[in-house]
Design a protein around this ligand. Structure first.
Ligand SMILES: CC(C)(COP(=O)(O)OP(=O)(O)OC[C@H]1O[C@@H](n2cnc3c(N)ncnc32)[C@H](O)[C@@H]1OP(=O)(O)O)[C@@H](O)C(=O)NCCC(=O)NCCS
Length: 439
């Protein structure tokens, strides 16, 4: 789903703004090994990670050859060849539910050196990425974030949430009917080929997923130079349906409890289910272990049926719930028309957007078969009407953040009473939008 993104030209507005501060903003030539390594080391320093060793550099050079890498350099510092800021981005997609998807500019790897922070460099980088993506005709930009306080100012809103669960396996019985088919232990490397295709089928079932790039699979499967020490701990099981077709897999590790050998902890590192049967069978496998007292799983859907699969829902505690996928609408008609809707209605969206991309009055009209049309400056006497900012539009797009809650919070207003509730009825998804990985 990703492609070489180098062709997108660098944004001239940001180049000019940074040049006025004496800073050089440029694309990184990833064929230049020394330059590429300097970018990689700066990015790792920016996230407080260890310096990369040569093997890791070689691996990153391959994995980060696809994304468009940008750096900022300062000719006045002691070692001016090293960048003071980094960003990387690539063409990707976001699943929208009902097997629909939209193209998106996935932005990542954003760092600004401690010596250069709070001078507007990140602003220039992010706005530059947004202008580049908009100029290329992409309807959305997407992010996962280190802190939830940063990206709203650039029109990103939290579009999909994720939950962490902690299960007391000794306080429950598995009560859901077990589906036909079998769970098999498989070697972890055997999933390198299978996992992306199962992921693709699983992600088409709901909204919010962004395809992991190859390096993400290598890391998840402990096949990368950065994760080899984890490899001995990582185990895998695969669910095959009654016809012997693989329909899902789980990656997990077990940490022994030094005080009680019979009360170890199993960590679900990734559970991918392309069918409901796979989900049920893999949860059963995970919860059914001897010598395990606790199962933990993170980045799961907020509406994971797990508590309903067992006799004691309180034995399944949600230990965290956070926003995870952030979306920024760059083309309102293209973004809204790409998805399906749960109710036929009309709503006028009056969007304010200081960056201009989503600004305007848009009429969204949906039909009983779930399709939508969006017209600029449209109006209808019967239409619902809401006023909102670009970040709120991003939050609402997948149906993962309720318009009613945003209205209560004063984040959107309705000029026709009941408009937020009508919008919620339109945007509703059969399952909560969910992003299962970081990017
Ligand atoms: C987050 C980071 C990229 C910000 O870079 P920066 O160049 O200092 O940011 P800017 O000076 O352009 O700030 C732009 C705005 O964002 C705000 N901001 C920046 N970092 C922020 C943070 N961590 N939390 C809240 N607000 C932040 C600034 O106050 C400023 O606000 P304004 O719009 O009111 O003027 C930088 O601090 C960093 O590299 N952090 C560590 C790595 C990281 O977390 N990267 C983000 C990955 S998603």
């Amino acid at each position: 789903m990703t492609d070489a993104a180098h062709a997108l030209p660098l944004d001239e507005t940001s180049r000019t703004a940074l040049a006025a501060e004496g800073l050089d903003y440029a694309l990184v030539d990833t064929d230049d090994a020394a330059a590429h390594e300097r970018w990689l080391q700066a990015y790792h320093r920016g996230f407080h990670s260890e310096a990369l060793n040569p093997e890791q550099v070689a691996e990153y050079r391959t994995s980060l050859a696809g994304p468009r890498l940008v750096w900022v350099r300062d000719a006045t510092i002691a070692e001016p060849q090293h960048p003071v800021a980094t960003v990387g981005a690539w063409r990707s997609t976001v699943s929208l539910g009902h097997a629909a998807e939209a193209e998106a500019w996935a932005i990542s790897l954003v760092t600004v050196a401690t010596t250069h922070r709070r001078r507007g460099i990140a602003r220039a980088l992010i706005e530059g990425e947004l202008r580049s993506a908009h100029a290329a005709g992409l309807p959305l930009a997407a992010l996962t974030v280190s802190e939830a306080t940063i990206y709203g100012r650039w029109g990103f809103g939290p579009a999909a949430h994720a939950a962490d669960y902690r299960v007391d396996t000794r306080a429950l019985r598995f009560t859901a009917p077990l589906p036909p088919g079998r769970v098999h232990y498989v070697s972890v490397p055997s999933l390198r080929h299978l996992a992306p295709s199962l992921w693709e089928r699983a992600s088409a079932r709901g909204a919010g997923e962004v395809p992991p790039r190859g390096i993400h699979w290598d890391r998840m499967l402990a096949l990368s130079a950065r994760t080899t020490t984890h490899a001995p701990k990582l185990r895998a099981a695969r669910f095959d349906d009654a016809h012997g077709e693989p329909q899902g897999f789980v990656l997990y590790s077990i940490a022994e409890n030094p005080d009680d050998f019979a009360a170890s902890t199993l960590t679900v590192e990734y559970l991918c289910a392309a069918t409901d049967d796979a989900l049920i069978a893999l949860w059963h496998f995970v919860l059914d272990h001897d010598l395990i007292a606790t199962v933990v799983a993170s980045l799961r859907p907020v509406d994971d049926p797990l508590p309903w699969l067992v006799s004691n829902p309180r034995a399944v505690r949600t230990t965290a719930r956070s926003e995870h996928l952030w979306l920024r609408v760059l083309d309102v008609p293209a973004a809204l028309e790409a998805r399906r809707y749960a109710a036929a209605d009309s709503v006028v969206l009056r969007v304010t957007d200081p960056l201009g991309f989503a600004e305007g009055t848009w009429m969204l009209t949906t039909t009983p078969d779930g399709t939508a049309t969006v017209t600029a400056d449209g109006a209808a006497a019967s239409a619902a009407v809401v006023e909102l900012g670009a970040a709120e539009l991003g939050a609402l797009l997948l149906g993962g953040s309720p318009a009613s809650a945003l209205r209560l919070a004063g984040r959107i207003t309705e000029s026709v009473p009941g408009s937020a509730a009508r919008l919620d009825a339109m945007l509703l998804q059969p399952r909560a939008p969910h992003l299962s990985t970081w990017f």
